[in-house]
Structure formats: structure tokens, C-alpha cells
Design a protein around this ligand. Structure first.
Ligand SMILES: *Cc1c(COP(=O)(O)O)cnc(C)c1O
Length: 413
């Protein structure tokens, strides 16, 4: 997408607005599938929570993707977007048995990550195939060393609990058709990831009816210059080879599954916000935009760095700015950024705004959530309207009969 396309979208649909480039999403999808073309069957289940607009889900469906969902609502969104239940995997954490049963009744693949629910579900529904989420206790250390960590993680069934897991499976006679890991950390070092995969293969040998092995996600994309990106091609080569070898040992071809969120949509997204005020203080120049952590919380929540570009003045002289929002709390998007000279009214584009940006937005300060636009084949498709005052009031009950407004305060004389 060109900067002028983004500017035109801001003109037509107003700011703030999220824009997603369909072509980039498609390119990332192809990159991943071609990296793993050597395996007998590959399944990419797009992680809905990264960006859950129903039109994005339809795009994913057209590419041949499945879905990874973490709530019953995401399951329902996926079904509404035309996905078949069998191409949806439901990987919740800490949800009730009732919600898992509701998802199972809709026909989606269940993935269970604790022994308590596994035992209850297996006892009641031994015929419904279940995938199990394993915690391999592996995480990447500083300098490509392998450290055993994540012992405190709330996700997955610890590999040290395999004996108990096997006992539950044997007693309930339930059918384990998949095994899964998702450590949540970025794959910076392929050898560490392969090491964790070995633990998954070892665990897999305990189950006779597997259909797939799901390696979760953790594909890292660059956010700022110099960031390390997961070498997908190298990972594809090495893991495919090992996976095919495992299938031979296992005696059957299995499906290799991944659940990429960020990798597919992060770089496809731009967040456009308008500069309301340029303010000089004694120490810095602030550019305040018509947004805040109500629309894009990642920089404040976990310190992520989104590149900020002034698309209204791309040739302007570069200066140092702190870009901040309009929320009545500190909401700094970026400090000491070199940006082409900013004037009030300019449109700033925040890059890598596809994943975990709109989906984490809120109505804090009683502001509207922004519009969303899909850029497809050179045209801007509005895929979500900007909210209105009715959305702020929706579901509120006004108990106006309970209270009478106090008389106006009298000036002290
Ligand atoms: C969030 C999540 C993903 C996606 O992670 P990304 O870093 O966005 O690729 C995959 N699997 C599960 C179970 C998740 O919770």
C-alpha cells in the first residue's frame, strides 16, 4: 500500500481508522505454506484474537486457513464467517466445562489444557476426540541457550504430569486425536523451537490415534529496524524434515498444524490518527493525536514499539517528537522518535497495527472505537463503522427515577 492510499482513506473515512492490506495478509499466508510444502498435510489455523473482524475471517477462509479460537464467541464468529466446524480448533484457558461442552456441541475440535477438565470431559464424553495442550517447559534464553522455564505458566499440561494424563485417558477411554503446544514466546532461535518439538514428539508416541500435531505459534515479525524476524524458511526446512521422519516412526502421515496470529496480520495493519496539537515544553515536542490507549494499547501495556510515520509530510525535515494520545492518563505511543516535521492536522500512520490492536480497543474516556477498512484490489472496503454515541449508551440502564438532581450549588457570600 502506498502512503497516498492511506491518506485517501483517512480523507474518505475520517481518523482515527484502522486499515488492513489484504495483499500483505495473502503474501504472509503463502510464505508460511510454501515453507512447509514438504510435509504430507499442513494446517494453518489463524488465531482469531489477533484481529477478529468477520471480513478478515472471510479473507482467511478464502485462503484455505482454519481458525484457532479461545472463546465460544470466537467460535461463533468463525461459524458465521463460513468456516466448517472441523476447521476450527478451540483452545481456551481457564474456561468452564459448560463452555467447552457448548463448543463441542457445535462440532469444533476441542483442545484441553488442564487435567481437571480433561478428566471431567473425558468421563462425560469419551466419544468426542480431544486434543491436549502440553507445556514443554522450554523457553528461549538470552544467547541461544535452552533454559527450562515457564514452570509458573498457567498454560498447558506440564510434561511432568504425563503419567497422570495417561491414567485419565486410560480410565475414561477417551480419544486423543491431537497434541499441541503454544508457549507464547517468540521463536527467535529455531534450535530452541526444535528442542521443544522433540518433547512434543516424545509425548505423541504415547497416543495411538493422533491425526495432527499442533506447534502453536510464536512467529516473530519485525516491529522496528534491527528486530529479529523468525526465519520461516529455515524453520520450515528443518521442522518438515523432522516431522516427516516422525510420521515414519509413528507409522502414519499426520497433519502438521500452526496457529499464527501476528505473523499473518501484524504488518498488514496501519493505524491512522490525526494530530490535534503540537506542544513544545521545556524538554520535548509533543504531538498529540486524536487517539490513545483506548485504541492502541500495546505500547503502554507491554512496551511494544510501533513505527510512526507522518504520511502528510513525507519529505519534511526530520525532528524528534514524543507522540502521545488524548486520554487523561499518560499514554505515550513513542518517545524521541525521528519523524518528518509534524503540523496540526497531519495524519500519522502507526505501522504493524494489524495484530492485537483493534481487538484490544475499549471505550475508555467514553470515546468511540475507530472504523476499520480493508484495502483489497486497490479499493477501500469499510468493514466496521466508527462507533456513535448510541454505542456508548448501549446496554446501560438509566435509573433516573431513583435520583433527583440536587439543586444548583449556591455561591458562598
Ligand atoms: C494467541 C495465540 C496464538 C497466536 O499467537 P501469535 O503470537 O499472534 O502468532 C496461537 N495459539 C494460541 C493458543 C494463542 O493463544
Amino acid at each position: 500500500m502506498k502512503a497516498t492510499d492511506l491518506l485517501n482513506i483517512a480523507k474518505e473515512h475520517g481518523a482515527p481508522v484502522y486499515v488492513y492490506d489484504a495483499e500483505k495478509i495473502t503474501a504472509q499466508y503463502s510464505r508460511l505454506t510454501s515453507a512447509f510444502k514438504a510435509v504430507p498435510q499442513l494446517r494453518l489455523n489463524y488465531a482469531v484474537k489477533a484481529l477478529s473482524n468477520i471480513s478478515i475471517l472471510r479473507l482467511m477462509n478464502s485462503l484455505g486457513s482454519g481458525l484457532d479460537t479461545v472463546s465460544i464467541q470466537e467460535v461463533k464468529l468463525g461459524l458465521l464467517a463460513g468456516f466448517k466446524p472441523e476447521s476450527i480448533i478451540y483452545t481456551p484457558n481457564g474456561v468452564s466445562l459448560e463452555e467447552i461442552e457448548e463448543a463441542a456441541a457445535l462440532g469444533v475440535q476441542i483442545n484441553i489444557d488442564n487435567l481437571s477438565i480433561l478428566e471431567q470431559f473425558g468421563s462425560k464424553h469419551p466419544d468426542i476426540p480431544v486434543c491436549i495442550r502440553i507445556n514443554p517447559h522450554v523457553m528461549a534464553g538470552g544467547n541461544s541457550n535452552i533454559s527450562v522455564g515457564h514452570i509458573d505458566s498457567k498454560f498447558g499440561i506440564s510434561i511432568h504430569q504425563i503419567p497422570h494424563l495417561l491414567r485419565i485417558v486410560e480410565l475414561t477411554q477417551m480419544n486423543i486425536n491431537g497434541i499441541h503446544m503454544h508457549t507464547g514466546s517468540d521463536i527467535l532461535d529455531i534450535d530452541v523451537f526444535l528442542y521443544a518439538s522433540e518433547i512434543l514428539f516424545d509425548t505423541a508416541k504415547n497416543f495411538k490415534n493422533l491425526e495432527f500435531i499442533d506447534f502453536g505459534s510464536g512467529f516473530k515479525v519485525p516491529y522496528k529496524k534491527g528486530d529479529i524476524e523468525t526465519n520461516i524458511e529455515e524453520l520450515g526446512k528443518k521442522l518438515s524434515k523432522r516431522f516427516n521422519q516422525f510420521c515414519k516412526e509413528y507409522g502414519r502421515d499426520l497433519t502438521l498444524a500452526f496457529e499464527p496470529g501476528k505473523f499473518l496480520v501484524s504488518e498488514a495493519g496501519y493505524f491512522l490518527a490525526k494530530v490535534n496539537v503540537v506542544k513544545q515544553t521545556t524538554s520535548t515536542v509533543f504531538a498529540s493525536v486524536d487517539s490513545g490507549f483506548n485504541h492502541l494499547i500495546r505500547p503502554m501495556l507491554y512496551g511494544s514499539s510501533h513505527e510512526i510515520v507522518n504520511i502528510s509530510n513525507p519529505k519534511g525535515k526530520e525532528r524528534y517528537y514524543s507522540v502521545v494520545g488524548y486520554i487523561c492518563e499518560t499514554d505515550t505511543f513513542g518517545s524521541n522518535r525521528r519523524i518528518n516535521e509534524i503540523s496540526e492536522g497531519d495524519i500519522l500512520a502507526f505501522r504493524n497495527a494489524g495484530a492485537y490492536c483493534f481487538t484490544m480497543s475499549s471505550n475508555y474516556n467514553s470515546r468511540y472505537r475507530p472504523a476499520e477498512v480493508l484495502w483489497y484490489q486497490g479499493k477501500a472496503q469499510l468493514i466496521r463503522e466508527r462507533e456513535t454515541f448510541d454505542d456508548i449508551l448501549r446496554n446501560q440502564k438509566d435509573v433516573k427515577d431513583l435520583f433527583v438532581a440536587a439543586p444548583a450549588a449556591v455561591d458562598a457570600k
